[in-house]
Design a protein around this ligand. Structure first.
Ligand SMILES: C[S@@+](CC[C@H](N)C(=O)[O-])C[C@H]1O[C@@H](n2cnc3c(N)ncnc32)[C@H](O)[C@@H]1O
Length: 274
């Protein structure tokens, strides 16, 4: 029998406790980032052992939201990985244009920067008015931030170069109104966006999407969980629809990998071919 380290045992027990108490199941997440996040969470809570962290999580329900944001890594930025956005504009938009209406699912949208990027790119390409965007994440606090549609003026400035590299037509400030140090996304850009909680570990598929974008989420999943997510994506995309992943993500663990082809070299954007 394998004797496990004390830390491994404590991590397992903590994940089991969170799953039993709250129904969030992180047991199939990749070990190294999970461990780092747990250590970060412990520092934030001011506890010195994983067992003490488990105790806090079990008895203080407010600790769960902080845990979800730390372990789920709810960090994002606009037009992150601009080559992917460039590919979406150059190689995917021309196909989307041919449909009378378009459905897009942004999976693991975190605090909304990906959704704002989508809305802006689709607006610039003249497609936003006929597009419905479903933006989901397992973390309700992140979704609440996403719905608010605002960010600091400094952060907005820091996104400008990626926006331009992604093929942006003007300046990001065109799409925001600023008051003091806060920039607010113009409300009409979020008219066709529905924000909802959805967990890739436990929930089922939505249907008939022309494009699913799920970036920097699967990297945190072990192969079995990636397989589950891929099955869900495959079932949710229409034939000839598109799947955009992060640059460090791929179809390696997708049972349906032979049913997609890569849209462009060097970016993880795929078209479902059968
Ligand atoms: C690193 S962020 C990525 C945000 C954005 N997609 C991007 O690339 O900037 C990962 C997001 O995935 C979400 N997430 C993690 N596990 C999830 C799950 N099982 N189901 C749904 N969302 C999940 C987290 O809450 C977090 O907001």
């Amino acid at each position: 029998m394998d004797i496990q380290s004390l830390e491994d045992i404590e991590v397992k027990l903590l994940l089991e406790a969170v799953s039993l108490r709250y129904g969030y199941d992180f047991r199939e997440y990749t070990a190294a980032p999970l461990r780092r996040s747990i250590l970060t969470g412990m520092a934030g809570e001011g506890v010195s052992t994983i067992s003490a962290y488990q105790d806090r999580l079990l008895h203080d329900t407010s600790c769960l939201q902080r845990f979800l944001s730390t372990v789920g890594v709810s960090v994002s930025s606009m037009f992150r990985e601009p080559d992917t956005w460039r590919c979406l504009r150059d190689d995917v938009v021309p196909h989307l244009r041919t449909y009378p209406s378009i459905r897009v699912w942004s999976v693991g949208c975190a605090t909304g920067e990906e959704v704002y990027s989508l809305a802006i790119a689709l607006q610039e390409e003249g497609l936003l008015h006929k597009t419905s965007i479903y933006a989901t994440d397992m973390n309700e606090d992140a979704l609440a931030v996403a719905k608010a549609g605002s960010c600091s003026v400094e952060r907005l400035r820091s996104y400008e170069s990626d926006y331009l590299r992604s093929g942006g037509h003007s300046s990001l400030s065109t799409f925001f109104t600023s008051s003091g140090r806060v920039a607010r996304l113009k409300r009409d850009l979020l008219h066709n966006v529905t924000f909802a909680q959805h967990n890739l570990v436990t929930d089922t598929s939505f249907n008939d999407f022309h494009l699913i974008i799920c970036t920097n989420v699967l990297i945190y999943f072990r192969p079995t969980l990636q397989q589950r997510a891929h099955r869900l994506f495959y079932d949710s995309i229409i034939r000839s629809g598109f799947l955009a992943l992060g640059q460090r993500e791929s179809l390696v663990f997708a049972p349906e990998s032979s049913r997609y082809h890569q849209v462009s070299d060097g970016v993880s954007v795929f078209r479902k071919v059968r």
